[in-house]
Write a new protein. Structure first.
Length: 208
């Protein structure tokens, strides 16, 4: 499994990517235009270009829950996520899920009691930094659901990401200010994941 992630510098603006918009599918271009805030436009543009760079800009199709796939490619699966100014993508030969989340620093208690299992709540309560533990668990849940291809249509309390069997399919990375988790249909360890941080200039180079 290969994972790329980009943390965008605060000084980066959308203008840098404007010359590459023509590479994006029409629906992605329309999505960017619909966003109200510049940061959302920027991360959406980076996300679209990152997908194109790793898939060769091949045509995408979507399942009934909106998960994207490369059309007519049985050995190229990917999962994309962005949060704050971090954009990440995982690519593998089989089903994969990825989630990245900016470290949540407030309102975690209400959310975890609503969306997390009893076991996950117990895990968080046992940690010295419950906000970190919450973000960790949240990325695990999202990555698992993305791997399944269902998204958050599933009951989030119905499965436990601290279960040892499920944990064998998950690998989590603490980044500076973020947490990133990947989920594989098969058992994996960190040795099975090639994770790389790239800069925006590296992405632009990939597009050239």
């Amino acid at each position: 499994m290969k994972v790329y992630y980009i943390r965008l510098d605060d000084a980066v603006s959308l203008d840098v990517l404007t010359p590459y918009f023509s590479l994006l599918p029409a629906e992605r271009q329309e999505k960017i235009v619909r966003y109200r805030f510049e940061e959302d436009k920027l991360t959406s543009a980076v996300a679209g270009l990152l997908i194109g760079a790793v898939t060769g800009f091949r045509e995408l199709i979507f399942n009934e829950h909106g998960k994207p796939y490369v059309k007519d490619a049985a050995d190229c699966f990917f999962s994309l996520s962005h949060s704050g100014r971090c954009v990440a993508i995982a690519v593998d030969a089989e089903e994969v899920g990825l989630d990245v989340e900016k470290l949540r620093e407030k309102d975690t208690e209400k959310l975890r009691h609503r969306f997390f299992s009893i076991e996950e709540n117990r895990y968080i309560e046992a940690q010295s930094d419950q906000n970190v533990a919450f973000t960790d668990i949240w990325t695990r849940k999202e990555a698992y659901l993305k791997m399944k291809g269902t998204g958050i249509t599933d009951d989030l309390t119905a499965f436990d990401t601290t279960d040892h069997k499920l944990m064998k399919h998950l690998v989590t990375y603490p980044l500076e200010g973020y947490y990133l988790t990947v989920c594989s249909v098969h058992k994996i360890t960190s040795q099975d994941v090639d994770i790389s941080e790239i800069e925006l200039k590296d992405l632009i180079r990939m597009l050239s």
